[in-house]
Design a protein around this ligand. Structure first.
Ligand code: 4MI
Length: 396
């Protein structure tokens, strides 16, 4: 018998504190049933990881949200990257791997570092600010659209767009409905921004469109792949940076260690992604009858993977609720793993490293000045606001 649990993983109470429910699902068994939505779920590290690795049994092509594309019309044109299986996925992923290669990302280091330093300098002049709007959102919203090759106008539209898409992976609840209420101008803008003519001649966008010159990709395909960048490139990193700042504010000894050794910046960002798991969940759909533990799921079953619960599974991690930059967190699933493992992780890690390195060199203290407000989203874990005061370190 697969244990049935009365848990709603898409409601405000759950988002306010998902951890007791995560533990209940992990403890109930390797796979559980959530009757509220008629879905199955896995929350243990080993089972989440195994599912991510087995793309042949657990398909992405029927959607990685609760909606089954075999039964319902997708909310938007499906992604050619996220919502595909091999062999189509091999072709699109190969192009995105090339566009976002370590060498391509390395070329951005100097300008991204300058932007991080100047942002932290400006924030130190202000002293008190909102770490979500003024830091975690501000940084990716500058450097990422620049790297894609987008014009300066309306870049903030990327935030409501991400909010819509990441809500759309959950049920059609009030979070989704609110997010899509005024969708039209944002959707039109995203579509227009995906076109070759809208993008500068250098940048990730142009690099994707260049693959149409050889006939390997159609213009329509290139536009949907640029849309993947615009969807996945901002909100995710925003919530990763927000998580990192929130950790440093709550764990002052960690900030002291980081200040003493700024080369810990990369480890600090990774640990924040591990601990907070900005992308909390994705679905797969079974392609055949599968066995998990002693249980069988029939073909065509939606299974929800709790990445955030896997990253805090005490079966896998020591003191799983602590922020510890010395932890060996390799193998965490905050960026997923397997063929769909985050293609932008190199870029996200660069952004995280550079912002935290600037903080390490320039900031003496981070103090939380008011009640942090959570941002409710069916997929992403993050905050709507985090009022802080930052003081400057003595010049060296
Ligand atoms: C994991 S976040 C994400 C990745 C890819 C896409 C959207 C979100 C996409 O549209 O391809």
């Amino acid at each position: 018998m697969i244990p049935a649990l009365d848990i709603d993983p898409f409601c405000q109470d759950f988002f306010d504190d998902p951890y007791p429910a995560h533990a209940a699902m992990r403890d109930a068994g390797p796979v559980v049933y959530l009757p509220r939505y008629g879905i199955h779920a896995v929350a243990r590290y080993d089972d989440v990881r195994a599912m991510l690795m087995d793309w042949g049994s657990y398909s992405s092509a029927r959607g990685v949200g609760i909606s089954d594309f075999a039964k319902e019309k997708p909310w938007r044109l499906p992604s050619l990257l996220l919502e595909t299986d091999p062999p189509l996925h091999d072709r699109t992923r190969k192009l995105m791997d090339k566009v976002l290669s370590p060498a391509a990302v390395r070329a951005l280091r100097q300008s991204f570092a300058a932007a991080a330093d100047s942002l932290i300098d400006d924030l130190l002049v202000r002293g008190s600010f909102d770490a979500v709007r003024d830091l975690a959102e501000a940084y990716p919203l500058t450097v990422f659209p620049d790297a894609v090759g987008m014009p300066p106008e309306n870049r903030r539209f990327l935030l409501p767009y991400g909010n819509m898409v990441f809500n759309s992976f959950g049920p059609r609840n009030s979070f989704f409905e609110t997010a899509v209420a005024d969708a039209e101008p944002v959707l039109a803008w995203v579509q227009a921004q995906s076109k070759r003519e809208a993008l500068t001649a250098s940048g990730f966008g142009a690099a994707i469109h260049a693959a149409t010159d050889t006939g390997e990709f159609t213009t329509a395909e290139a536009e949907v792949l640029v849309r993947s960048l615009l969807t996945a490139g901002v909100d995710t990193t925003v919530n990763g940076l927000c998580a990192a700042v929130y950790c440093l504010a709550r764990f002052p000894t960690a900030l002291e260690q980081l200040r003493a050794d700024p080369s810990l910046a990369r480890a600090a960002f990774e640990e924040a992604v591990w601990l907070e798991s900005p992308v909390q969940t994705f679905f797969r759909t079974t392609t055949r009858d599968v066995t998990i533990g002693d249980e069988t799921l029939s073909e065509g079953t939606k299974v929800l993977m709790f990445l955030g619960a896997a990253n805090r599974d005490p079966r896998r991690w020591d003191h799983p609720d602590d922020f510890d930059m010395a932890r060996r967190n390799a193998g965490h699933v905050g960026f997923g793993t397997g063929i769909h493992g985050c293609v932008g992780a190199v870029l996200a890690r660069l952004e995280g490293e550079l912002v935290l390195n600037a903080i390490a060199r320039k900031v003496a203290s981070i103090e939380i000045m008011g009640e942090p407000k959570r941002r409710y989203n069916n997929t992403l874990r993050g905050m709507a606001s985090l009022p802080v005061r930052m003081t400057a370190a003595a010049e060296t």
